[in-house]
Design a protein around this ligand. Structure first.
Ligand code: HEC
Ligand code: HEC
Length: 188
């Protein structure tokens, strides 16, 4: 009898449950603000573009030397990204204009460009989640990608005089995780 009473006291009533859901959603939408700040930082969005040439610098100007996306995102045949961009940043002795590097340096392929530069929050949120455009990733796969991917991590160690993403990576992953745990709600 006593245990049943305790149980009844612990199970949230529908209204409490709804309030809890509303609060979780609101804090997840707030957390998405941090996600947006990172995704639309130049270190990320210079590769996440609707056009066919990568961008460079904080001003996002087209990459010098007429570099293009190419059929797989790896550059034009005979002029691949990896012919200049190695697996790691160039040593400091090469000077600040040397190419930065990280494993599998390339643009997303032309079939799904994963472009989000300049999108307002609601559209950015929808684009990130759209499995037709994000490489068929569910929320768990997206969380794994932003936690581990080498091109993502490069944003915190960009080499040269490039400014790193200003939010700590652990903070960013914590906010991304909070957002996905609530089902990835989008701002209105
Ligand atoms: C050098 C280019 C480059 C940089 C810099 C880069 N990315 Fe990407 N990004 C890619 C490529 C290429 C893919 C596709 C990889 C795949 O599908 O296997 C991708 C895919 C993604 C995806 C999964 C697809 C989607 O639309 O959701 C996310 C999330 C992502 N990147 C986030 C970031 C973030 C955050 C940063 C900055 C901290 C960043 N990227 C920096 C090239 C880049
Ligand atoms: C001929 C050599 C060369 C090729 C090929 C090349 N790049 Fe670059 N890239 C550079 C150099 C050098 C820089 C650094 C310029 C600077 O900071 O002054 C650079 C910078 C960048 C940046 C700027 C990073 C930032 O945030 O400022 C991105 C993004 C980039 N390259 C992507 C690519 C991609 C994607 C490809 C293939 C489609 C590619 N590059 C092909 C030489 C090259």
């Amino acid at each position: 009898m006593l245990s049943m009473l305790l149980l009844a006291a612990c199970v949230p009533r529908p209204q409490e449950q709804q309030e809890a859901n509303t609060a979780q959603r609101a804090s997840a939408v707030a957390a998405f603000g941090t996600v947006q700040q990172v995704f639309q930082h130049p270190r990320c969005q210079n590769c996440h573009i609707p056009g066919d040439a990568p961008l460079q610098f904080d001003a996002g100007i087209p990459h010098a030397m007429n570099i293009v996306r190419g059929p797989e995102g790896k550059g034009a045949r005979g002029f691949a990204c990896v012919s200049c961009h190695g697996e790691a940043n160039s040593p400091a002795s090469f000077g600040p204009k040397a190419p930065p590097g990280a494993p599998h340096w390339q643009l997303p392929p032309p079939e799904h460009k994963m472009a989000w530069i300049g999108l307002p929050p609601k559209q950015l949120c929808a684009a990130i989640k759209d499995r037709k455009f994000n490489g068929d990733r569910d929320l768990a796969a997206l969380l794994k990608h932003v936690s581990e991917d080498k091109l993502v991590l490069w944003g915190w160690n960009p080499g040269g005089q490039r400014a790193p993403v200003p939010v700590a990576h652990t903070e960013f992953v914590a906010r991304f995780s909070q957002w996905t745990a609530a089902g990835g709600p989008c701002p209105e």
